[in-house]
Design a protein around this ligand. Structure first.
Ligand code: ATP
Ligand code: MG
Length: 275
């Protein structure tokens, strides 16, 4: 297996399409014959639910179980938590237990690196590990950033889309300086784009103007589509639910761009960003 890339899908703003993007990017990369592990690092457990686990309380081993064991210095055995979604796609599920664990991270020895040690045990089996993070910049999110080679930032195409972005970028920069020097911003992805309006173009220009010199703005954009919500109720990715839809094709193109980025320079004007 070639080297694994760990990508965190992050934005502290809620409801921008992080989980939908994590699942469908994972499904699209799997269609590109990549072996993918999806990690649900949001205590809401939405990714676990979107992938068809309806009763979160009945999952015997979750990410919370693993992180608790790691904090208590017990044997972790990360592979026991993995649920096989299909031949190319695995899930490390979670549930609400993860939220009560966050407080234990504060006092844990090297609390920022608990997730990183768990992922390190698993990553050799995959081409990509995609981590869905929660809408906050707390210790759990820091744990996800501590593992990451790359952060992909979904931004909902709406007025004030860029609000809060500078906060997120400076947070990632602090992590880069103090916890994980390998981390880079992989790019910004516009989601829920309504192609019938000029608003999308305006927002695209605004983000390009503010962040385009430092970070990649993906050419692919994810359209607003009711199918995104419908598919979550069936436990299917949009690619399975309606593979010929516009949104399906957008996620496939996005996956190709993500694979292509590996071949491009890994950092984009990182020096400018860091200064
Ligand atoms: P949270 O911050 O709560 O974790 P999130 O950023 O993970 O939210 P999602 O759960 O992916 O966001 O999406 C929020 C809602 O928007 C969901 O109901 C989802 O079905 C819907 N949604 C996501 N992407 C699209 C889209 N392209 N078109 C229409 N609806 C979408
Ligand atoms: Mg989510």
């Amino acid at each position: 297996m070639a080297t694994c890339e760990v990508i965190v899908i992050a934005n502290q703003k809620g409801g921008v399409g992080k989980t939908t993007t994590a699942f469908n990017l994972g499904a699209a990369l799997a269609k590109e014959v990549k072996k993918v592990l999806l990690v649900d690092a949001d205590p809401q457990g939405d990714l676990t639910t979107y992938m068809g686990c309806s009763n979160l309380n009945n999952i015997p081993v979750t990410l919370a179980t693993l992180m608790n064991r790691a904090i208590n210095d017990e044997e972790v055995n990360s592979k026991k938590a993995i649920i096989r979604y299909n031949e190319k796609l695995d899930l490390l599920p979670t549930n609400l237990e993860l939220s009560s664990l966050e407080i234990n991270l504060v006092t844990a020895m090297c609390g920022e690196y608990v997730l990183r040690n768990i992922i390190a045990e698993l990553k050799d089996n995959y081409d990509y590990v995609l981590i869905d993070s929660m809408p906050s910049l707390g210790l759990l999110t820091i744990n996800t950033l501590a593992c990451a080679d790359k952060v992909i930032i979904p931004v909902q195409s709406e007025f004030f889309a860029a609000k809060g972005m500078s906060n997120l970028m400076s947070h990632i920069l602090k992590v880069k300086r103090s916890i994980n020097p390998n981390i880079n911003v992989g790019g910004i992805l516009l989601t829920m784009v309504d192609g019938r309006t000029n608003l999308a173009k305006e927002i695209n220009s605004e983000i390009k103007e503010k962040y385009g010199t430092m970070f990649k703005l993906f050419d692919s954009q994810i359209p607003r589509a009711i199918k995104a919500a419908e598919s979550t109720r069936t436990g299917e990715s949009i690619l399975e639910y309606d593979k010929n839809s516009k949104i399906s094709k957008s996620y496939m193109n996005f996956a190709k761009e993500v694979i292509g980025c590996d071949r491009e320079e890994k950092t984009r004007n990182t020096d400018v960003w860091i200064r």
